[in-house]
Design a protein around this ligand. Structure first.
Ligand SMILES: Cc1cc2nc3c(=O)[nH]c(=O)nc-3n(C[C@H](O)[C@H](O)[C@H](O)COP(=O)(O)OP(=O)(O)OC[C@H]3O[C@@H](n4cnc5c(N)ncnc54)[C@H](O)[C@@H]3O)c2cc1C
Length: 392
């Protein structure tokens, strides 16, 4: 048995004993507790440097763990922004002090992070954001509104991008900050989505004070920091381990069918299983490349697009399989309730982390080398641009 096989066997054994069998993601304390135990057992931050709380192991170790973990519904969502986006951006751009301070508690599940980019007038075009951070003698003062901030209602920290120099064109004059979500002047207002759950929030900043060392990267160079984080986001979403336990997996949908299945249903489930496997292999390959330090660049958009397309196809199939019960079919048991929630959540996967159209633009321009979309406002100072009839 080589070292990777040994690690795999240890992961299998540990998961068999400790992994949850049902979804515990909605129970935050149980999720944090599991993440702490995962870390203590050596299975969190597998390729992160040991100095920052990681295990300092190789991409192959990560792959072995992912393969084993596929069978269980591990609570990943609460930690997804910290582990998949904030941690990597701090590793890329943070100071040594920031890395040592912020990275270990992410892996132990002690500090949950949110991303504070989108605003009512800045989504796909996030560089249009208007939240201001004004420099003062002892740091910065932030005022403005963010929206769709996932998990901000329980996050301890956030990564914020704010405008620090409105006299510059919109892609300049932005700065990235670390925010303590408990700071005075932050008002988090949960939004209920169409599944009936609270996932994201409006976040209002009213004169929130940030210390000078809250800046991530360089002042006024927040656009390239934001692009770095968005790139990590696409890779994190695209390479997410899609558990076989999800209600929209081909296996779970097959188990819901009466036996024997019609040839058409059999074939449709087979096609979904093949697509699942292809997306899982693409995700595993990219996760391994990333863990080995490769620059995935715009290819992360391919993985993100493939995973949201898979979710869409699975949800469409689930609805068509339930068609004899009507499109508004109702839950009469827990599994059906979870399936309905998963179907209702599916449109979000084509929006969160950049919409399907935006991913296609990125792939067209940066992977296929097609001509760039025109940007007439690119070099105009932000404070001379107008939104509708309103001057900024
Ligand atoms: C579940 C979920 C979680 C989210 N979590 C967060 C979070 O934690 N933090 C955060 O900051 N944001 C978050 N968001 C916001 C998300 O990033 C934005 O919703 C997304 O970028 C789209 O922006 P928008 O909603 O303003 O739509 P718009 O940008 O207004 O887009 C409207 C439509 O126009 C299309 N469109 C826009 N520009 C182009 C273009 N150039 N070419 C072709 N089509 C275009 C879009 O594809 C879309 O169909 C989340 C969103 C969802 C759904």
């Amino acid at each position: 048995m080589d070292e990777i096989d040994f690690y795999r066997a240890r992961a299998r054994e540990w998961l068999a004993e400790h992994a949850p069998r049902t979804d515990i993601e909605t129970d935050l304390e149980a999720s944090r507790d599991f993440q702490a135990r995962l870390h203590a057992a050596g299975f969190a931050g597998i390729t992160w440097p040991a100095d920052y709380g990681g295990q300092g192991l190789a991409a192959q170790h990560e792959r072995a763990f992912r393969d084993e973990a596929m069978r269980y519904p591990l609570p990943a969502v609460p930690f997804a922004i910290g582990i998949g986006m904030a941690g990597p951006v701090l590793m890329d751009l943070g100071t040594e002090e920031q890395r040592r301070r912020y990275l270990p508690p992410i892996l132990r599940g002690e500090e949950i992070w949110c991303q504070l980019f989108s605003e009512p007038d800045a989504g796909s075009d996030v560089a249009s954001l208007q939240t201001r951070a004004v420099r003062e003698a002892d740091g910065w003062v932030v005022t403005g509104q963010k929206v769709w901030a996932s998990r901000a209602h329980f996050a301890e920290r956030g990564i914020l991008v704010a405008r620090t120099d409105p006299g510059r064109p919109k892609h300049s004059g932005l700065t990235m900050f670390v925010v303590d979500m408990r700071a005075a002047g932050i008002d988090v207002r949960p939004l209920r989505d169409m599944t009936g759950n609270v996932h994201f929030n409006e976040v209002y900043f009213d004169g929130v004070r940030l210390p000078p060392d809250a800046v991530v990267g360089r002042v006024d160079e927040g656009w390239s920091a934001a692009l770095t984080m968005l790139k990590h986001e696409r890779v994190a979403i695209g390479t997410r381990n899609r558990s076989e336990a999800t209600p929209l997996s081909a296996r779970a949908l097959a188990l819901r069918q009466a036996s024997p299945m019609s040839p058409e249903v059999h074939a449709a489930l087979g096609r979904l299983a093949v697509e699942e496997r292809a997306v899982a292999l693409l995700a595993a390959r990219m996760a391994e490349e990333r863990a080995a330090g490769a620059e995935l660049g715009a290819r992360g958009s391919v993985a993100k697009l493939a995973s949201s397309q898979l979710a869409r196809n699975a949800a469409d199939l689930a609805v068509s399989l339930a068609a004899d019960r009507g499109i508004g079919f109702e839950a009469d048991d827990r599994q059906t309730a979870e399936l309905i929630t998963a179907i209702d959540w599916t449109p979000a996967s084509g929006i969160a982390g950049g919409t399907t159209e935006v991913q296609r633009n990125i792939i067209a321009e940066r992977v296929l080398g097609l001509p760039k979309e025109p940007q007439s406002d690119r070099d105009v100072p932000f404070n001379r641009l107008t939104v509708g009839s309103i001057k900024r």
